[in-house]
Design a protein around this ligand. Sequence first.
Ligand code: NAP
Ligand code: 3JM
Length: 352
Amino acid sequence: MTKEYNIAILGATGAVGRRMIEQLEHSTIPVKSVKLLASFRSAGKKLKLKNEELTVEETTPESFDGIDLVLSSAGGAVSKKFLPEAVKRGAVCVDNTSAFRMDPDVPLVVPEVNPEALKNHHGIIANPNCSTIQMMMALEPIRRKFGLKQIIVSTYQAASGAGQAAIDELKKEAQDYLNGEDIRGNAKILPTKGDKRHYPLAFNLLPQIDVLEDSGYSHEEWKMIHETKKIMLGDMNSKDIKVTATCVRVPVIISHGESVYFEVEDEKATAQDIKDAVASFPGNILQDDIKNQLYPQPLNAEGTRETYVGRIRPDYENPGCFNMWVVADNLLKGAAWNTVENAEYLVKMDLI
Ligand code: NAP
Ligand code: 3JM
């Protein structure tokens, strides 16, 4: 008989959690039961899974009694508090926060890229940051065929990466701005909730995602650098690929864009070779036809699981170097889908 799983979704009412419910509905995971967990604020709220109405429960350690699989997306502090409790009770957790990503005992996995790492789990598997995931999807086929020496990335990140409150704030600012109001001074969430100052995103650009650190980099930039090294090289501090990043929040609701400049080891690689490698990788869609003005755009990626790559072109000044443009739905491939996909792989690989 096929095994069926008792599943808990932690953070079920959030921008990511709601999509985890939908992705689970359309997944291959055999489901026995689903429990929706959030804070006391949402306890009693009803959410739909397929045609069933489920009641959201407040999370306690006992919520995880009898649970086989946890899909978690309620912020780092909540993961740190509850996931060890879930593991103690025998559950396997796929965590979408940054809480455990750099723990050497926790695999950091994009299933198309490094599924073998799942075998080393001790109860927790981490989903990478949204910006890292889509960059890995575009670069891994290139790394496998031509080797990678260096990555320089600039991101154009949607408001939804900062949660439902940031989406609501951007929409309100846009309306107020169009009504002729001065929106400077009204922001309360972005660039990042816990910081001292807040700035409007509507009709603006914010070169700060997560906190700014003494190194001069934002924590989001730090995540992209070290997560890339852990996923591709198995060591968050490896020097074998040089990585640097600039992360910018843009007034888009859903889907991140990335301008990725990279240098390959094999200088004979052509732009066509790079396009062929990207296009043949499962989960990627090449949208690169400059004659027909075809290139990836956030509005078109929204609601889909794939990573879109285009504008692939050589740096004619530097042999072996290329530019490309990468777009994916940050709440799906960047979060909810990658989490559910990791869980599908765990089931397929008999690791739960
Ligand atoms: P969101 O819309 O603000 O939702 C937050 C969720 O967490 C809500 O369900 C909320 O429940 C729940 N929550 C908050 N405090 C809790 C507590 N003490 N106990 C239990 N549940 C609690 O945020 P989001 O955009 O969905 O993102 C959630 C988290 O996912 C982020 O904080 C981040 O760590 C992670 N994330 C990762 C990526 C990625 O790149 N992989 C992308 C986006 C987000 P209530 O309804 O009760 O408040
Ligand atoms: C994306 O409150 C928190 O801990 C959430 C902060 C956050 C994260 C994170 O650090 O987990 C917001 C948005 C992420 C992420 O995926 O790294």
